[in-house]
Ligand binder design. Structure first.
Ligand SMILES: Nc1ncnc2c1ncn2[C@@H]1O[C@H](COP(=O)(O)OP(=O)(O)OP(=O)(O)O)[C@@H](O)[C@H]1O
Ligand SMILES: [Mg+2]
Length: 519
């Protein structure tokens, strides 16, 4: 709920507010299971929406979908409102849009292999550092040849092709070992078995679709329905990280803002960092640091703050800590660490209170108007205006069909990409070889050279002239930063092919940001 242009979070000895201009200084919502994290998230998401700030959140249990329906009075809510002294409370629904990578509980969300880039894909595939190096080379070869890696079929074709020509590519790109290629292929199969192929395809998500407000000026709450996705924690966390990096890459610098341009809630955030290589954690830390000046607030939601690396934790200025349990020595240590991270309040022992908090109660320290963390307060958290809990399938379907995005992502398209181009290249190779047999006497040299150019010949025969033209620009933008000229061609032509290719140009930047670990 918004009061005097501030978000009313709850009440301890005083009212506690989150200042919109401090909301992009990121935050943490932590607490043991069942202590009120999701409701706190709902309260914040509603307030951002009310201020005209779009929100993205992952719904792991399906219990935040109730945002699309007004809530109902009950004893618990009445008591809270009495404590807060609020007598003008109104239940209300909020504009939501549902997304789901499986396309069941929302609009399908897809990305392309090219957009995800080698670092995140390696994590998804569980590759070793050496295998990741090889995958990065595959991406570079694809980029240099203007080959679009849209789905797993494209990647597999690319791996096969490079494997067959490993000797040639090793000379110019570095060692492409057959063992690594084989291991990548095997892990790809496993990813497919887990249903990971569903991510990759087109139309890919246009992140601008998240950045909208409805007709009344309320920010859309974009809900990624993750009940199924969450059964594969690595898919879940990598996909969310890709979304965050996509947001980072798409948005321009804003500097200080009066309110965030968007707020991103990363639920079950511990999965992101579980067994993550140090280099990936460093990149996440960088994204979190830099995305702030693009006006995006990132809120990590997790059971225990110790789930989050200190380097990331240090950047989360707004903290809401629900109850923690402390039965084992390890849990007691974590409680102590969580308590010490707050600016202490002389009225109580943070460490004692943390284990004593009721459901819907939390220790809260938010940044004041000058960006300084306020002294920790023991607060009852505000109740949501929308309903708490899940919605039924009929309601969900009705919401999806009423959405202005309905139809945009529903049907997958399979257009010409690396797979087709490589098939054409192979055909060209076969023709070349046949020609060589026929002209055996005259063709005495240059087999390697001819083979090397086959992919190019194949491309030329297989790709449209528009694609080729822009592909040239991809290569230049990746190596020489000539993104501008690529844009102008795209603007002239305005085809769907071009828009994807442009996303690839942006992807070059993602790849720089999530640069290979060997660097
Ligand atoms: N601020 C609140 N106002 C009113 N009721 C609340 C509030 N916070 C929590 N509750 C009540 O407590 C229940 C549990 O809260 P919630 O679902 O947010 O817990 P959680 O920490 O997200 O649990 P889990 O880790 O299992 O997802 C809610 O369904 C609601 O009934
Ligand atoms: Mg929850």
């Amino acid at each position: 709920m918004i009061c005097d242009n501030k978000i009313f979070v709850g009440r301890g000895t005083d009212n506690v507010y989150l200042y919109p201009r401090m909301a992009n200084r990121h935050g943490l919502i932590a607490g043991a299971t069942g202590t009120g994290k999701t409701i706190t998230l709902e309260v914040l998401a509603e307030s951002f929406s009310q201020m005209g700030v779009p929100v993205f959140l992952a719904d792991v249990k399906g219990d935040i979908a109730g945002l699309c329906r007004p809530g109902q009075m009950n004893e618990n809510i009445r008591k809270r409102l009495d404590k807060f002294g609020i007598n003008d409370f109104e239940f209300s629904r909020f504009p939501v849009r549902f997304f789901d990578v499986y396309g069941e509980g929302g609009h399908p969300v897809r990305t392309t292999i090219s957009e995800m880039g080698p670092i995140l894909l390696s994590r998804l595939l569980g590759l070793t550092e050496v295998q990741e190096g090889v995958l990065s080379i595959i991406f570079r070869i694809a980029d240099d040849n203007g080959l679009l890696l849209i789905d797993l079929k494209d990647l597999r074709a690319m791996l096969n092709y490079v494997g067959e020509h490993a000797a040639e590519y090793t000379t110019s790109y570095g060692n492409v070992s057959k063992q690594s290629l084989g291991a990548i292929q095997r892990n790809l199969l496993q990813l497919e078995d887990e249903g990971g192929d569903i991510f990759f395809g087109e139309p890919a998500l246009d992140i601008n679709d998240w950045m909208r407000t409805d007709d009344s000026g309320k920010g859309y709450v974009n809900i990624l329905h993750c009940v199924k996705l969450f059964q594969h924690p690595m898919l879940y966390s990598t996909f969310l990280l890709w979304m965050l990096s996509e947001l980072f890459e798409s948005l321009p610098e804003l500097g200080d803002v009066e309110k965030p341009r968007m707020v991103f809630f990363f639920d079950e955030a511990h999965l992101l960092f579980k067994d993550a290589p140090k280099a990936l954690i460093t990149k996440v830390e960088q994204v979190v640091k830099l995305i702030r000046s693009k006006g995006v607030g990132v809120y990590f939601v997790t059971q225990n703050p110790s789930d989050i690396p200190n380097s990331v934790l240090a950047q989360l200025g707004n903290r809401i800590q629900h109850a923690l349990r402390a039965y084992t020595p390890a849990e007691q240590k974590a409680v102590r660490a969580a308590a010490q991270s707050f600016r202490q309040n002389p009225d109580f022992s943070t460490e004692d209170v943390i284990t004593d908090l009721a459901v819907g109660e939390a220790l809260v320290s938010l940044l004041d108007n000058d960006g300084v963390p306020t002294m920790v307060q023991r607060c009852k958290i505000m109740c949501p205006q929308s309903s708490m809990g899940a919605i039924n399938d009929d309601r969900r379907r009705a919401e999806i069909q009423a959405s202005d995005l309905y139809g945009k992502y529903e049907n997958a398209i399979d257009r010409q990409s690396a797979y087709e181009d490589i098939m054409a290249a192979k055909e060209q190779e076969q023709q070349d070889e046949q020609q060589q047999v026929e002209n055996k006497k005259t063709t005495s040299s240059g087999t390697g050279r001819q083979k090397k150019s086959a992919i190019e010949k194949g491309l030329n025969s297989g790709m449209s002239s528009v694609t080729r033209q822009v592909s040239g620009n991809i290569v230049r933008s990746l190596t020489g930063g000539k993104t501008k000229s690529a844009k102008s061609i795209a603007q002239q032509a305005g085809t769907s092919i071009l828009s994807t290719v442009l996303r690839e140009v942006g992807n070059g930047i993602i790849r720089n940001l999530f640069g290979t670990m060997s660097k």
